[in-house]
Design a protein around this ligand. Structure first.
Ligand code: COA
Length: 338
């Protein structure tokens, strides 16, 4: 008889046990970015809703910000770092190709040699991480998974690019996902549309920038570029449908929701999605973009943390998360606020 693999764990539920955030100390108002892009505070606020953003100092590295956000998430969850058995970091702006920054973060936090890896799903990265963490906890391959969304997009920013310089920013958010008696993370609805691969991207390949031994490059950092208009249309309409599907998959209706936390890309996209989804008035909507800019993978945990801090989101509330961005990649799920 052929031997069979033995399952060592029974399926269980997962939920977010704690959220943490790190916002860089330097606040950058629109006035500081407008000259280089021939813009105005009024134009930026009207087109994007952004009033200010935070940009990291040299000391506020991807690792430093991640560790700070993670420590807060762990403290709020009441879980010691030694109990974390997996660290997942969603980022596109850790500029050392290998090893994964997650390993250094896991070590600095004091985990007991947790599994650690990075994922690249741009602005959708945090929701991808939550989906993976939920499945890991439910499937039994991990007990406490730390999901971190972190960016230092200023390293990839062309301050003279009118389409991106005022949008992107820095920061880190973290969520500890652990076991639960009841379902605290709904099924993920996710996907990608690679036909639109070029809409948001790193403009230059590293080899074109740095060169190869045979062919030295330009020595100039690669930059993020974006075709704002098609991204705007895709996000405003297609993503509202995805958000609806995430609700349906969780067996919920819009009126069951307490909180809506879409990726903080643009205030007009947030408003368009809320309208398309016909969200009832009682649903509180994250609008962190005004103060924080677009922090890509960090935007959802930062926005949720802000709502918890401000008393807009309470423990036990049902929150719909939806993240979308370069790829184009997207992911959405309903979670219970810790
Ligand atoms: C970037 C964005 C705010 C630009 O707004 P827009 O309305 O699409 O702007 P357009 O590129 O069509 O340009 C409209 C006008 O504003 C001007 N303009 C463009 N950028 C400008 C700037 N930074 N400041 C002032 N004027 C600007 C253009 O020259 C154009 O002028 P014209 O009408 O005289 O030709 C918008 O496209 C957007 O938010 N897209 C989605 C971005 C996003 O969410 N990205 C992240 C996804 S993860």
């Amino acid at each position: 008889m052929t031997a069979e693999i033995r399952e060592s764990t029974a399926p269980r539920h997962a939920r977010i046990l704690g959220i943490g955030a790190y916002r860089p100390s330097r606040v950058v108002p629109n006035a500081e970015v407008i000259e280089a892009i021939d813009s105005s505070d009024e134009w930026i606020q009207q087109r994007s809703g952004i009033k200010q953003r935070r940009w990291a100092s040299p000391e506020e590295s991807v690792q430093m910000m991640s560790v700070a956000a993670s420590r807060q998430a762990l403290e709020r969850a009441g879980v010691d770092a030694s109990e974390v058995d997996c660290v997942v970091v969603a980022t596109v702006s850790h500029l050392l190709q290998t090893p994964a920054i997650a390993t250094a973060i896991a070590h600095e936090l004091g985990t007991d040699q947790a599994a650690a890896f990075d994922i690249s799903a741009a602005c959708a990265g945090f929701c991808h991480g939550i989906a993976l963490a939920s499945d890991m906890v439910r499937g039994g391959s991990a007990t406490n998974v730390l999901v971190i969304g972190v960016e230092r997009l200023t390293d990839l920013l062309d301050l003279h690019d009118r389409g991106t310089a005022f949008i992107f920013a820095d920061g880190a958010g973290a969520a500890l996902v652990g076991a639960s008696d009841v379902a605290g993370i709904g099924p993920v609805v996710w996907g990608s549309d690679g036909e639109q691969f070029d809409l948001i991207r790193q403009k230059e390949d590293w080899r074109d920038v740095v060169g190869t031994p045979a062919l030295p490059g330009s020595g100039v950092m690669p930059h993020l570029v974006m075709q704002g208009n098609p991204v705007f249309r895709w996000a405003s309409f297609a993503m509202a449908k995805t958000a609806h599907q995430a609700l349906e998959r969780a067996g919920l209706k819009a009126e069951d929701l307490d909180v809506f936390v879409p990726h903080q890309a643009n205030m007009r996209i947030i408003d368009a999605m809320a309208r398309a989804m016909k969200l009832p008035d009682h649903v509180k909507i994250a609008r962190d973009i005004a103060e924080q800019g677009n922090t890509s993978a960090a935007s959802i945990p930062l926005a949720l943390d802000r709502m918890i801090e401000d008393g807009e989101a309470k423990s036990g509330d049902l929150a719909l998360l939806i993240a979308f961005g370069a790829g184009l990649a997207y992911a959405a799920q309903v979670v219970t606020v810790p």
